[in-house]
Design a protein around this ligand. Structure first.
Ligand SMILES: Nc1ncnc2c1ncn2[C@@H]1O[C@H](COP(=O)(O)OP(=O)(O)OP(=O)(O)O)[C@@H](O)[C@H]1O
Length: 352
Protein backbone atom coordinates (compact mmCIF):
# COMPACT_ATOMS: atom_id res chain seq x y z
CA UNK A 1 0.00 0.00 0.00
CA UNK A 2 1.30 3.48 -0.82
CA UNK A 3 2.32 5.62 2.14
CA UNK A 4 -0.41 8.18 1.42
CA UNK A 5 -3.06 5.46 1.33
CA UNK A 6 -1.91 4.10 4.67
CA UNK A 7 -1.95 7.60 6.18
CA UNK A 8 -5.50 8.13 4.89
CA UNK A 9 -6.59 4.75 6.22
CA UNK A 10 -5.22 5.55 9.67
CA UNK A 11 -6.82 8.96 9.69
CA UNK A 12 -10.17 7.40 8.86
CA UNK A 13 -9.73 4.88 11.68
CA UNK A 14 -9.02 7.67 14.16
CA UNK A 15 -12.67 8.74 13.75
CA UNK A 16 -13.50 5.99 16.25
CA UNK A 17 -11.62 7.81 19.02
CA UNK A 18 -13.47 10.31 21.16
CA UNK A 19 -11.58 13.33 22.39
CA UNK A 20 -12.09 15.48 25.51
CA UNK A 21 -14.75 18.10 24.93
CA UNK A 22 -16.57 15.98 22.34
CA UNK A 23 -15.89 15.09 18.74
CA UNK A 24 -13.50 12.56 17.26
CA UNK A 25 -9.76 12.56 16.70
CA UNK A 26 -9.92 12.33 12.89
CA UNK A 27 -11.79 15.61 12.61
CA UNK A 28 -9.95 17.32 15.45
CA UNK A 29 -8.10 20.44 14.25
CA UNK A 30 -5.08 19.67 16.44
CA UNK A 31 -4.27 16.44 14.62
CA UNK A 32 -1.07 16.81 12.60
CA UNK A 33 -0.26 15.31 9.24
CA UNK A 34 0.33 11.53 9.47
CA UNK A 35 3.85 10.73 8.34
CA UNK A 36 4.66 7.29 7.01
CA UNK A 37 8.21 6.11 6.36
CA UNK A 38 9.38 2.58 5.55
CA UNK A 39 9.84 1.76 9.21
CA UNK A 40 8.01 4.44 11.18
CA UNK A 41 4.66 6.10 11.39
CA UNK A 42 4.30 9.35 13.27
CA UNK A 43 1.81 12.02 14.08
CA UNK A 44 1.14 14.53 16.83
CA UNK A 45 -1.93 15.70 18.69
CA UNK A 46 -1.66 19.40 19.49
CA UNK A 47 -3.60 20.33 22.64
CA UNK A 48 -4.18 23.47 24.71
CA UNK A 49 -1.68 23.94 27.56
CA UNK A 50 -2.81 21.89 30.58
CA UNK A 51 -4.83 19.42 28.48
CA UNK A 52 -1.99 16.93 27.93
CA UNK A 53 -3.19 14.43 30.59
CA UNK A 54 -6.81 14.63 29.45
CA UNK A 55 -5.73 13.60 25.95
CA UNK A 56 -3.68 10.66 27.29
CA UNK A 57 -6.37 7.99 26.69
CA UNK A 58 -6.98 9.30 23.16
CA UNK A 59 -3.25 9.02 22.45
CA UNK A 60 -3.17 5.45 23.79
CA UNK A 61 -6.16 4.51 21.65
CA UNK A 62 -4.55 6.17 18.62
CA UNK A 63 -1.34 4.20 19.15
CA UNK A 64 -3.36 0.97 19.34
CA UNK A 65 -5.26 1.69 16.12
CA UNK A 66 -2.20 2.94 14.26
CA UNK A 67 -0.13 -0.04 15.35
CA UNK A 68 -2.73 -2.48 14.00
CA UNK A 69 -2.52 -0.88 10.58
CA UNK A 70 1.17 0.03 10.54
CA UNK A 71 2.58 -3.48 10.30
CA UNK A 72 6.12 -3.61 11.61
CA UNK A 73 6.58 0.16 11.59
CA UNK A 74 7.41 1.84 14.89
CA UNK A 75 4.51 4.11 15.84
CA UNK A 76 5.22 7.52 17.36
CA UNK A 77 2.21 9.45 18.58
CA UNK A 78 3.02 12.59 20.51
CA UNK A 79 0.95 15.04 22.46
CA UNK A 80 2.25 18.55 22.07
CA UNK A 81 0.94 21.47 24.08
CA UNK A 82 0.62 24.61 22.05
CA UNK A 83 2.97 27.42 22.91
CA UNK A 84 1.71 29.87 25.48
CA UNK A 85 2.68 33.47 25.95
CA UNK A 86 5.51 33.96 28.39
CA UNK A 87 9.04 35.24 28.78
CA UNK A 88 10.60 35.05 25.36
CA UNK A 89 13.70 33.30 24.16
CA UNK A 90 14.87 34.03 20.66
CA UNK A 91 11.90 32.13 19.22
CA UNK A 92 9.23 33.23 21.67
CA UNK A 93 9.09 29.73 23.18
CA UNK A 94 7.70 28.91 26.62
CA UNK A 95 9.73 29.26 29.76
CA UNK A 96 11.66 26.12 30.82
CA UNK A 97 9.69 23.91 33.15
CA UNK A 98 10.79 20.74 34.95
CA UNK A 99 13.89 19.29 33.32
CA UNK A 100 14.65 15.64 33.93
CA UNK A 101 17.48 13.21 33.30
CA UNK A 102 17.24 10.29 30.88
CA UNK A 103 17.04 6.91 32.56
CA UNK A 104 20.37 5.10 32.71
CA UNK A 105 22.32 8.07 31.32
CA UNK A 106 24.69 9.78 33.75
CA UNK A 107 25.75 12.73 31.60
CA UNK A 108 24.55 14.31 28.39
CA UNK A 109 26.95 16.32 26.26
CA UNK A 110 25.46 17.92 23.18
CA UNK A 111 27.46 19.09 20.18
CA UNK A 112 26.21 22.13 18.32
CA UNK A 113 27.33 24.65 15.75
CA UNK A 114 26.25 28.07 14.66
CA UNK A 115 25.80 26.99 11.05
CA UNK A 116 25.75 23.87 8.91
CA UNK A 117 28.67 22.19 7.21
CA UNK A 118 31.35 23.02 9.77
CA UNK A 119 31.95 19.33 10.50
CA UNK A 120 29.79 19.09 13.62
CA UNK A 121 28.62 15.52 12.98
CA UNK A 122 32.08 14.27 12.07
CA UNK A 123 33.42 15.88 15.23
CA UNK A 124 30.57 14.45 17.38
CA UNK A 125 31.22 10.92 16.20
CA UNK A 126 34.96 11.09 16.76
CA UNK A 127 34.48 12.81 20.09
CA UNK A 128 32.12 10.05 21.22
CA UNK A 129 34.63 7.41 20.10
CA UNK A 130 37.43 9.27 21.90
CA UNK A 131 35.41 9.35 25.12
CA UNK A 132 34.87 5.60 24.74
CA UNK A 133 38.62 5.20 24.22
CA UNK A 134 39.04 6.84 27.64
CA UNK A 135 37.12 3.91 29.11
CA UNK A 136 33.64 5.46 29.29
CA UNK A 137 30.39 3.79 28.26
CA UNK A 138 29.18 6.08 25.51
CA UNK A 139 25.98 6.48 23.54
CA UNK A 140 25.29 8.71 20.56
CA UNK A 141 21.98 10.26 19.57
CA UNK A 142 21.56 11.95 16.22
CA UNK A 143 19.21 14.84 16.92
CA UNK A 144 19.74 16.39 13.52
CA UNK A 145 16.27 15.38 12.38
CA UNK A 146 16.53 17.50 9.24
CA UNK A 147 19.81 16.02 8.03
CA UNK A 148 20.75 12.93 9.99
CA UNK A 149 24.28 11.95 9.03
CA UNK A 150 25.37 9.80 11.98
CA UNK A 151 24.16 6.50 10.42
CA UNK A 152 26.36 7.15 7.40
CA UNK A 153 29.34 8.23 9.49
CA UNK A 154 29.10 5.12 11.65
CA UNK A 155 28.29 2.75 8.81
CA UNK A 156 24.80 1.82 10.06
CA UNK A 157 22.81 3.44 7.27
CA UNK A 158 19.69 1.59 6.18
CA UNK A 159 19.46 -0.55 9.31
CA UNK A 160 16.30 -0.12 11.34
CA UNK A 161 16.37 0.14 15.10
CA UNK A 162 13.30 -1.61 16.44
CA UNK A 163 12.35 -4.02 19.14
CA UNK A 164 9.17 -5.99 19.72
CA UNK A 165 7.98 -4.16 22.81
CA UNK A 166 8.07 -0.83 21.02
CA UNK A 167 11.25 0.37 22.71
CA UNK A 168 14.10 1.33 20.39
CA UNK A 169 17.11 -0.90 20.53
CA UNK A 170 20.17 1.23 19.74
CA UNK A 171 22.67 0.03 17.17
CA UNK A 172 26.09 -1.03 18.27
CA UNK A 173 28.84 0.71 16.27
CA UNK A 174 32.52 0.64 17.25
CA UNK A 175 31.52 0.15 20.90
CA UNK A 176 28.98 3.02 20.90
CA UNK A 177 25.22 2.66 21.38
CA UNK A 178 23.73 4.69 18.57
CA UNK A 179 20.25 5.94 17.84
CA UNK A 180 19.20 8.17 14.99
CA UNK A 181 16.04 9.21 13.25
CA UNK A 182 18.07 8.27 10.18
CA UNK A 183 17.72 4.60 11.17
CA UNK A 184 14.03 4.96 10.32
CA UNK A 185 14.51 6.51 6.91
CA UNK A 186 15.68 5.20 3.61
CA UNK A 187 18.96 6.78 2.45
CA UNK A 188 18.42 10.21 0.96
CA UNK A 189 14.86 10.60 2.23
CA UNK A 190 14.13 14.01 3.70
CA UNK A 191 12.54 14.32 7.11
CA UNK A 192 9.38 16.34 6.98
CA UNK A 193 8.88 16.72 10.72
CA UNK A 194 8.66 20.32 11.79
CA UNK A 195 8.15 22.38 14.95
CA UNK A 196 6.46 20.65 17.89
CA UNK A 197 6.32 17.34 16.05
CA UNK A 198 10.09 17.31 15.58
CA UNK A 199 10.53 18.22 19.23
CA UNK A 200 8.37 15.40 20.46
CA UNK A 201 9.87 12.96 17.93
CA UNK A 202 13.26 13.72 19.41
CA UNK A 203 11.90 13.37 22.93
CA UNK A 204 10.68 9.89 22.07
CA UNK A 205 13.99 8.88 20.52
CA UNK A 206 15.73 10.08 23.65
CA UNK A 207 13.32 8.60 26.19
CA UNK A 208 12.16 5.44 24.46
CA UNK A 209 15.56 4.03 23.62
CA UNK A 210 17.01 1.28 25.74
CA UNK A 211 20.34 2.99 26.52
CA UNK A 212 21.19 0.53 29.27
CA UNK A 213 23.81 2.10 31.48
CA UNK A 214 25.79 4.99 29.96
CA UNK A 215 28.43 7.29 31.37
CA UNK A 216 27.89 9.80 28.58
CA UNK A 217 25.36 10.32 25.83
CA UNK A 218 26.68 12.55 23.05
CA UNK A 219 23.89 14.32 21.17
CA UNK A 220 24.57 15.67 17.68
CA UNK A 221 22.33 18.74 17.48
CA UNK A 222 21.06 20.32 14.27
CA UNK A 223 23.03 23.42 13.26
CA UNK A 224 21.88 26.81 14.50
CA UNK A 225 19.27 27.43 17.15
CA UNK A 226 15.74 26.19 16.63
CA UNK A 227 12.77 24.38 18.08
CA UNK A 228 14.67 21.13 18.54
CA UNK A 229 17.30 22.82 20.71
CA UNK A 230 14.76 24.69 22.76
CA UNK A 231 12.59 21.58 23.26
CA UNK A 232 15.57 19.50 24.31
CA UNK A 233 16.95 22.07 26.74
CA UNK A 234 13.55 22.70 28.28
CA UNK A 235 12.77 19.06 28.94
CA UNK A 236 16.11 17.41 29.59
CA UNK A 237 19.07 18.08 31.84
CA UNK A 238 21.91 18.61 29.37
CA UNK A 239 25.19 18.80 31.25
CA UNK A 240 26.74 21.00 28.64
CA UNK A 241 27.17 21.84 24.99
CA UNK A 242 30.33 21.81 22.93
CA UNK A 243 30.36 24.21 19.99
CA UNK A 244 32.14 23.30 16.76
CA UNK A 245 33.29 26.12 14.55
CA UNK A 246 35.57 26.65 11.58
CA UNK A 247 38.18 29.40 11.80
CA UNK A 248 36.44 31.80 9.42
CA UNK A 249 34.99 34.84 11.11
CA UNK A 250 31.52 34.32 9.73
CA UNK A 251 31.24 30.89 11.29
CA UNK A 252 32.44 32.30 14.57
CA UNK A 253 29.78 34.98 14.51
CA UNK A 254 27.20 32.23 14.08
CA UNK A 255 28.79 30.26 16.92
CA UNK A 256 28.44 33.31 19.13
CA UNK A 257 24.70 33.35 18.44
CA UNK A 258 24.42 29.71 19.50
CA UNK A 259 26.38 30.44 22.68
CA UNK A 260 24.08 33.38 23.42
CA UNK A 261 21.03 31.14 23.24
CA UNK A 262 22.61 28.55 25.52
CA UNK A 263 23.37 31.21 28.09
CA UNK A 264 19.84 32.53 27.97
CA UNK A 265 18.58 28.99 28.56
CA UNK A 266 21.08 28.38 31.38
CA UNK A 267 22.75 25.48 29.57
CA UNK A 268 26.49 25.27 30.34
CA UNK A 269 28.81 25.87 27.39
CA UNK A 270 31.66 23.40 27.80
CA UNK A 271 33.89 24.91 25.17
CA UNK A 272 34.73 25.55 21.56
CA UNK A 273 36.37 23.13 19.10
CA UNK A 274 37.97 24.59 16.01
CA UNK A 275 37.45 22.22 13.08
CA UNK A 276 39.28 22.35 9.75
CA UNK A 277 41.71 24.54 11.60
CA UNK A 278 44.82 23.98 9.49
CA UNK A 279 45.64 21.91 6.44
CA UNK A 280 48.06 19.00 6.48
CA UNK A 281 49.44 18.35 2.99
CA UNK A 282 49.04 14.65 2.22
CA UNK A 283 52.34 14.44 0.32
CA UNK A 284 54.71 16.38 2.56
CA UNK A 285 52.85 16.34 5.88
CA UNK A 286 53.48 20.10 6.09
CA UNK A 287 51.03 22.22 8.02
CA UNK A 288 49.37 25.26 6.42
CA UNK A 289 47.31 27.70 8.44
CA UNK A 290 45.05 28.52 5.52
CA UNK A 291 42.62 30.62 7.53
CA UNK A 292 45.19 32.26 9.80
CA UNK A 293 45.77 30.94 13.28
CA UNK A 294 44.15 31.25 16.65
CA UNK A 295 40.78 32.71 15.56
CA UNK A 296 38.66 30.27 17.53
CA UNK A 297 41.00 30.35 20.49
CA UNK A 298 40.76 34.13 20.64
CA UNK A 299 36.99 33.93 20.20
CA UNK A 300 36.77 31.42 23.05
CA UNK A 301 38.75 33.75 25.29
CA UNK A 302 36.55 36.68 24.31
CA UNK A 303 33.42 34.66 25.05
CA UNK A 304 34.90 33.41 28.29
CA UNK A 305 34.54 29.72 27.41
CA UNK A 306 37.23 27.03 27.30
CA UNK A 307 39.04 26.35 24.05
CA UNK A 308 39.02 22.56 23.68
CA UNK A 309 41.42 22.21 20.77
CA UNK A 310 41.82 22.23 17.01
CA UNK A 311 41.15 19.51 14.45
CA UNK A 312 43.11 19.71 11.18
CA UNK A 313 41.57 19.71 7.73
CA UNK A 314 42.76 16.37 6.40
CA UNK A 315 41.56 14.62 3.27
CA UNK A 316 41.58 11.23 5.01
CA UNK A 317 39.14 12.49 7.67
CA UNK A 318 36.65 13.24 4.93
CA UNK A 319 37.28 10.04 3.00
CA UNK A 320 37.16 7.67 5.95
CA UNK A 321 34.25 9.44 7.64
CA UNK A 322 32.16 9.44 4.51
CA UNK A 323 32.88 5.70 4.13
CA UNK A 324 31.60 4.92 7.63
CA UNK A 325 35.03 4.38 9.17
CA UNK A 326 35.73 7.28 11.56
CA UNK A 327 39.44 7.98 12.11
CA UNK A 328 39.32 7.35 15.87
CA UNK A 329 37.93 3.85 15.28
CA UNK A 330 40.04 3.12 12.21
CA UNK A 331 43.44 4.27 13.41
CA UNK A 332 43.15 5.18 17.09
CA UNK A 333 46.80 6.18 17.32
CA UNK A 334 47.01 8.01 14.01
CA UNK A 335 47.57 11.78 13.97
CA UNK A 336 43.94 12.58 13.07
CA UNK A 337 42.60 10.39 15.87
CA UNK A 338 45.02 11.95 18.34
CA UNK A 339 43.68 15.42 17.53
CA UNK A 340 40.16 14.26 18.50
CA UNK A 341 41.40 12.33 21.51
CA UNK A 342 43.26 15.37 22.84
CA UNK A 343 40.06 17.37 22.56
CA UNK A 344 38.17 14.65 24.45
CA UNK A 345 40.77 14.62 27.22
CA UNK A 346 40.61 18.40 27.55
CA UNK A 347 36.83 18.16 27.62
CA UNK A 348 36.89 15.54 30.37
CA UNK A 349 39.27 17.67 32.40
CA UNK A 350 36.93 20.65 31.91
CA UNK A 351 33.85 18.69 32.95
CA UNK A 352 35.58 17.13 35.93
N1 LIG B 1 38.52 17.94 9.94
C1 LIG B 1 38.04 17.62 8.74
N2 LIG B 1 38.86 17.42 7.69
C2 LIG B 1 38.37 17.12 6.46
N3 LIG B 1 37.06 17.01 6.19
C3 LIG B 1 36.20 17.20 7.21
C4 LIG B 1 36.63 17.50 8.53
N4 LIG B 1 35.52 17.61 9.34
C5 LIG B 1 34.47 17.38 8.54
N5 LIG B 1 34.85 17.14 7.27
C6 LIG B 1 34.00 16.87 6.11
O1 LIG B 1 33.15 18.01 5.92
C7 LIG B 1 31.86 17.60 5.47
C8 LIG B 1 30.80 18.17 6.43
O2 LIG B 1 30.97 17.54 7.69
P1 LIG B 1 29.74 17.18 8.64
O3 LIG B 1 28.67 16.47 7.91
O4 LIG B 1 30.31 16.55 9.85
O5 LIG B 1 29.28 18.66 8.96
P2 LIG B 1 28.03 19.18 9.80
O6 LIG B 1 28.46 20.47 10.38
O7 LIG B 1 27.54 18.15 10.71
O8 LIG B 1 27.03 19.42 8.63
P3 LIG B 1 25.44 19.51 8.68
O9 LIG B 1 25.16 20.87 9.12
O10 LIG B 1 25.09 19.26 7.24
O11 LIG B 1 24.95 18.45 9.61
C9 LIG B 1 31.89 16.09 5.42
O12 LIG B 1 32.15 15.67 4.10
C10 LIG B 1 33.07 15.71 6.32
O13 LIG B 1 33.69 14.49 5.96
Amino acid sequence: MADTELAAQIKAALAAIEIPGGGDLASYSGLSEIIVTPSALAFAIGVAPGMEAAFGPAREAAIGIAQQLAGSRKVLVSITAEKQAGPKFSHGSPQPQGKTRVQGVRRIIAVGSGKGGVGKSTTSVNLALSLAAEGLKVGMLDADLYGPSIPKLLGIEGRTALRDDGIFQPHGAFGLKVMSIGSMLVPGQAVVWRGPMATSGLRQLLRETDWGDLDVLVIDLPPGTGDIHIGLFQQTIVDGVVIVSTPQDLALIDAQKAIDMLRRMSVPVLGLIENMSYFIAPDTGNRYDIFGTGGAERAAARLDIPFLGAIPLVMSIREHSDAGAPPVALLPDGPEALAYRNVARTLLATVA
